[in-house]
Design a protein around this ligand. Structure first.
Ligand SMILES: Cc1cc2nc3c(=O)[nH]c(=O)nc-3n(C[C@H](O)[C@H](O)[C@H](O)COP(=O)(O)OP(=O)(O)OC[C@H]3O[C@@H](n4cnc5c(N)ncnc54)[C@H](O)[C@@H]3O)c2cc1C
Length: 391
């Protein structure tokens, strides 16, 4: 098999890249190790920045998002039983975010890609990326029980944190920046209308809680739990009781309960792999960086990376100049580090650290008070949440 761009992984990064390249008249092949149902049902992100919404619309996959997605103009911060709303358009130059699940973004992209003839191969596991220092890199992969080779001009590793692509970059050229957190998120899906029409980020002495949603009928809720917690060790009633405690207010706000249909624990990690490019291999999305989910940045960063790559390749095809491809890693990393900073700030703002001193606990509350009382501090949060410009 031969193509211009070999794409490893059909998460949001790989699928969107295939679409952007198709629209630019560049051929690609996507290899995905899992089956279609798995990719379409994996519960993950749900918040799309303004820039991501604009990219999906321009790529021709925004129609269902515009019909079924929920535009959100703000979030609520909750601490010490008090409520503070952050108004995005008023603080961040008219920008807002869209609640539309990653599962739905992937379904829309897969449907369009297959309708246009693909090629998008499920259950095709990349085994290794080779020859990236030369002019004809290739991906060795296994599909339908046999090994095959995809010859390319460029390979883009969109294979997530556990993928194989980044192993093709020599270890002596790599720097990894990493932080793990002593807590994770117990996330549940519940068949109950959300108890608030915007996301609620609650800081409580017992831990952080987040109220989010997937649709007007389905709530998505999270609890901070110690790292390594087994989701099954939490019974449904215990989850609702704990959510109720952490969301408690001094007014008559009430948390509605309903049947829990899914629960899982997500570890929290900050991770950046530098560089994001070596020779003809480019890394995009979770293959190169991870943020803790508090800032809702992971999917949006993946979108920023592939937009940057597609623009750079188009520039190269149109002008013959590889200037933008050469700048790919530096261009993406500027945005990545802003998102890392924002996600770290949101995480340490809202999660009581089990090892924190009483002094640090008070500082955390002082930071929240500052956001609630200073337009400058609140503007910083609103700008970060609604997103940094794509490079
Ligand atoms: C619980 C949770 C909540 C989150 N909430 C948010 C949020 O609100 N907002 C937000 O922006 N982000 C959020 N994120 C992060 C977001 O989901 C990820 O950043 C996003 O999925 C990254 O997309 P990706 O395409 O880079 O990687 P992935 O989605 O991980 O896709 C990688 C793909 O590559 C495939 N693959 C792996 N290895 C191989 C191989 N060897 N060969 C072929 N294919 C391979 C995988 O099967 C997968 O389909 C959340 C994540 C989690 C876990």
């Amino acid at each position: 098999m031969r193509t211009t761009v070999g794409i490893v992984g059909a998460g949001p990064a790989g699928l969107l890249l295939a679409r952007l390249l198709h629209n630019a008249g560049v051929d690609s092949v996507v290899l995905e190790s899992r089956d279609r149902a798995y990719v379409e049902q994996r519960q993950r992100a749900g918040i799309l920045e303004q820039g991501t919404v604009d990219v999906l619309r321009a790529a021709g996959v925004g129609e269902r998002m515009d019909r079924e997605g929920l535009r959100h103009d703000g979030i609520e911060l909750r601490f010490e039983k008090k409520r503070h709303r952050v108004d995005f358009p008023g603080l961040a130059g008219g920008r807002a975010v869209m609640v539309y699940a990653q599962t739905e973004v992937c379904k829309d992209l897969i449907a369009r890609q297959l309708a246009d003839g693909g090629p998008l191969l499920f259950e095709a596991e990349a085994l290794a990326v080779e020859g990236v220092d030369g002019d004809s890199p290739r991906v060795r992969f296994r599909h339908e029980g046999r090994e095959d080779v995809l010859e390319c001009e460029y390979v883009v590793g969109c294979d997530g944190f556990w993928g194989v692509s980044r192993q093709a970059i020599p270890a002596e050229l790599v720097r990894v920046f990493e932080r793990t957190y002593p807590f994770g998120w117990l996330g549940v899906l519940a068949d109950v209308p959300p108890s608030h029409d915007e996301l609620v980020y609650a800081r409580h002495d017992r831990g952080f809680a987040l109220l989010s949603m997937r649709s007007p009928a389905v709530s998505r809720l999270y609890l901070q739990v110690p790292a390594g917690t087994d989701a099954e060790s939490w019974g449904d009633e215990a989850i609702w009781d704990e959510l109720e405690r952490r969301f408690e207010t001094d007014d008559d706000w009430k948390l509605e309960r309903g049947p829990i249909t899914q629960k899982s624990v997500t570890p929290m990690r900050s991770y950046v792999h530098e560089p994001m490019r070596h020779g003809r291999l480019f890394l995009a999305g979770d293959a190169a960086h991870i943020v803790p989910p508090t800032g809702a940045k992971g999917l949006n960063l993946a979108v920023g990376d592939v937009v940057t790559f597609a623009r750079a390749l188009t520039h190269q095809k149109e002008t013959g100049s590889s200037e933008l491809l050469d700048a790919y890693s530096a261009t993406c990393l500027r945005r990545v580090w802003q998102a890392e900073r924002f996600s770290y700030d949101m995480t340490t703002l809202l999660h009581p650290d089990p090892d924190a001193t009483p002094f640090e606990d008070r500082l955390q509350l002082a930071r929240l008070e500052r956001i609630a009382s200073s337009r400058a501090a609140e503007t910083d949060l609103a700008e970060g949440y609604t997103g940094f410009p794509f490079g």
